[in-house]
Design a binder for this molecule. Structure first.
Ligand code: PLP
Length: 446
């Protein structure tokens, strides 16, 4: 069966989704695929081009989440497709942890140049975000010879056992999987819209950091036992939460005072998403270790743990893997970085500002939008029952997300009651206008 090619950036629903062909896929999936996946709604993707996704029934959707912050250059960018094709005819695999090929060190060199911090760095390549986090945990423990970690309530760092020990986003992700890594202490994220101390920034004078120093370090986790603080520069799965200015400067000072490493999980925030190559750059932070994945290779599985070169004193065999730094993924990453540097990071900043301003205008019209926040093209809104009480409204949030899908725009939830916008970084203001016209109709219940 042939379908019309994806040609415009206008969503087009020809059959109420999931249509008959999509339903066949869903049935087979139900039969064979693990039920542990977190499917948001029954979207079946058949092809993608730019910011658009087409399903097997010919419905066309605008992808406002970029395959969850992965497809930075859009779906199937012609340059990415070209280098993947060419590389797969040259060399697909030769286990980069046992032998050598140039693309690995080429990518590593690029990553050391584009990550914050003008010091020598070294790179460990892997496949998924969780693996980059695992590498960071192991390196921090190895070099520090300290057992403890500090992480954040609401954090998402992945689902493998080490990363899961840091994750504290949803109870389902942890239920029945204990014991995990012991000695991880979770502290409140600087989520000023919902401050757990019921204080207001800046009057609070960072009570959340005083809590770390005055309570956690003195009663729970002696700082000389703490190897690292692991933080998402903007909390992703936890609700697209942006810390207030100066938070990172204060946190960095605390880390330096006690010889604790700062690990930035830039898996969702990195690779241009926030309008800078890395989100920590917004606050001029130079983390000791940075975890990168998602947007690094336009959809090819690659992740990286980049650290100060001085930290990588682990010997051969201490950490390695089979597929990390696969040549086809590396070439896709090099091309992705080139495209990001050329124009896409800048576009994320400009169109991101436009998106936030347009959403703020919607906030004036709809009482249930409690907050609009974000940086670049990492933007979230809070759906509340009442703006004064800020009571969360997850039911309305879920209905909006589902309704958007039915109308041809793909958004996702995050946190308990938030909607996130993380489109490909190629999106234009005109695309945003098209998307938000549909979004506004959804908010009106149309
Ligand atoms: N860290 C952050 C901040 C993430 O957003 C994610 C995934 O959403 C991960 C880690 C885990 O990445 P992966 O699913 O590739 O293991």
């Amino acid at each position: 069966m042939s379908y019309q090619k994806i040609s415009t950036n206008k969503p087009y629903i020809r059959v109420r989704p999931p249509g008959p062909n999509a339903r066949k896929v869903l049935q087979k999936d139900k039969r064979y695929i693990s039920p542990s996946y977190t499917r948001a709604y029954p979207l079946v993707a058949e092809r993608g081009k730019g910011i658009m996704i087409e399903d097997p029934d010919g419905n066309r959707y605008m992808d406002l989440n970029a395959g969850v912050a992965v497809c930075t250059t859009g779906h199937c960018h012609p340059e990415i497709v070209r280098v993947i094709k060419e590389q797969s005819e040259r060399l697909i695999h030769m286990i980069g942890t046992d032998f050598y090929y140039a693309l690995q060190s080429d990518v590593a060199e690029e990553l050391t140049k584009i990550t914050p911090g003008r010091f020598a760095k070294k790179v460990f390549l892997a496949n998924t975000g969780a693996e980059a986090v695992e590498a960071a945990i192991k390196l921090a423990r190895f070099i520090q010879r300290r057992p403890r970690m500090i992480a954040y309530i609401g954090a998402f760092h992945g689902r493998t056992m080490g990363a899961l020990a840091l994750t504290a986003s949803k109870a389902t992700q942890r239920r029945h999987f204990s014991p995990m890594l012991s000695d991880v202490t979770h502290i409140p994220y600087p989520y000023c819209y919902r401050c757990v101390f019921n204080l207001t920034h800046p009057k609070c004078d960072f009570a959340c950091l005083s809590y770390l120093e005055d309570i956690i370090f003195t009663k729970v986790a002696p700082p000389e036992d703490v190897a690292a603080v692991v933080i998402e520069p903007i909390q992703g799965e936890g609700g697209y939460v942006v810390p207030p200015d100066s938070y990172f400067q204060r946190l960095t000072k605390i880390c330096q005072k006690y010889g604790i490493l700062l690990i930035a999980d830039e898996i969702q925030t990195g690779m241009g998403r926030t309008g800078k190559m890395f989100a920590t750059e917004h606050w001029k932070v130079e983390p000791d270790i940075i975890c990168i994945a998602k947007g690094i290779a336009s959809g090819m599985p690659l992740s990286a743990m980049v650290s100060r070169a001085t930290l990588q004193k682990w010997p051969a065999g201490a950490h390695a893997n089979t597929f990390g730094g696969n040549p086809v993924c590396c070439i896709a990453a090099l091309k992705t970085i080139e495209l990001l540097k050329k124009s896409l990071v800048k576009n994320a900043r400009i169109t991101g500002e436009y998106l936030i301003n347009r959403l703020k205008k919607l906030q004036n019209k709809f009482h249930f939008i409690g907050d609009v926040r974000g940086k670049g093209l990492m933007v979230g809104i809070e759906i509340v029952k009442d703006r004064n009480t800020r009571a969360k409204d997850p039911e309305r949030r879920n209905k909006i997300v589902e309704h958007c899908f039915k109308k041809g725009i793909l958004v996702l939830g995050c946190g308990e009651n938030n909607i996130r916008f993380a489109p490909p970084l190629i999106i234009t203001k005109n695309d945003i206008d098209i998307a938000l016209e549909i979004f506004e109709n959804v908010l009106k219940g149309k």
